[in-house]
Design a protein. Structure first.
Length: 306
């Protein structure tokens, strides 16, 4: 059984796309497709169905892909432990954070690093999501804390924090009252370049519900400008609650079917480093909720509070 074929299948399962999975692994799409086809031929099973709406597991795929995830996780654990024994982990952990990450989560990362055995120092770097992904891939960062908006199948993932989303809309005269997503679709939204992850989150939020996303024709430089522009009356702004600096009569919690819409932040780290075990422990200390056992990363569509 070809292990790369297993990894390709896991990547397609996570990205819901053969082309995205191939980009994640740095191979051509035909090479990835052929690797999965060899698996399917060996097993006598079809793993995926393709349609205009994307790629979905077949009934057989839905049964076997979680087993593939467990098998690969076990193999990664063996490799990581061997590397840890052969090459002791460094004393410093390099952590990348998105500008959307709040100081509370950063402080928890420092505390978690000190709680490791032995304790580790943390070197922090803030950058947009795309720059952090590149640095993680290059090995310049050990773990990144970013919005969970796009799969990175070559890496380990775990959601470590959630927060509610609010709509700042100067055209609204109702304060604090929850705003249903369907009603929120009537506004025109100011967006930013898709670098920090907020625009990807906003786009998925509306499109996953089959709602139009009405865009202001201009574009703000980064999320920090959204609130100011909304205050000028240019349009509405969708923001994590912690990123709203001022007090607005027009700032309303966003809900879907009465339940809060939340943005999720995840820790992403390499499977291929002597620090793997320490990073998994650090992320476990960071997380505010237990991880589901032996499951792939959660779906990337916007989350609802429980």
């Amino acid at each position: 059984m070809n292990i790369e074929g297993l990894r390709y299948a896991r990547a397609v399962s996570q990205t819901k796309s053969f082309s995205a999975a191939a980009r994640a692994y740095g191979v051509t799409q035909p090479a990835l497709s052929n690797g999965i086809a060899r698996l399917e031929e060996e097993w006598g099973l079809k793993l995926f169905d393709r349609s205009p709406r994307g790629v979905r597991p077949t009934a057989h795929g839905a049964r076997i892909l979680p087993l593939v995830e467990r098998a690969l996780s076990a193999l990664d654990s063996v490799s990581a432990e061997a590397r840890r024994l052969a090459d002791p982990a460094p004393e410093t952990i390099h952590v990348g954070v998105s500008p959307l990450i709040g100081p509370e989560l950063v402080a928890r990362a420092f505390d978690a690093a000190r709680a490791l055995g032995p304790p580790r120092a943390v070197v922090l770097r803030e950058a947009d999501r795309e720059d952090l992904e590149a640095a993680l891939t290059a090995g310049d960062l050990d773990v990144v804390l970013i919005p969970a908006v796009r799969p990175m199948p070559r890496f380990q993932h775990r959601v470590v924090h959630r927060e509610p989303v609010v709509v700042v809309d100067p055209s609204s005269t109702i304060a604090d009252t929850p705003l249903e997503l369907e009603a929120a679709a009537d506004a025109s939204y100011i967006l930013v370049p898709d670098t920090c992850g907020l625009t990807a989150f906003t786009t998925a939020l509306f499109h996953d519900r089959g709602l139009p996303l009405r865009r202001y024709p201009g574009e703000a430089s980064d999320y920090r400008v959204l609130e100011e522009w909304a205050g000028l009356g240019l349009g509405a702004a969708l923001l994590p609650a912690s990123k709203v600096a001022g007090t607005h009569a027009s700032c309303r919690p966003l809900v879907r079917s009465g339940r809060p819409v939340e943005i999720r932040y995840e820790a992403v780290w390499s499977r291929d480093t002597p620090l793997t075990a320490d990073l998994a422990r650090l992320v476990s200390l960071l997380a505010t909720e237990p991880a589901p056992p032996d499951l792939p990363p959660p779906p990337l569509s916007p989350s609802l509070g429980q």
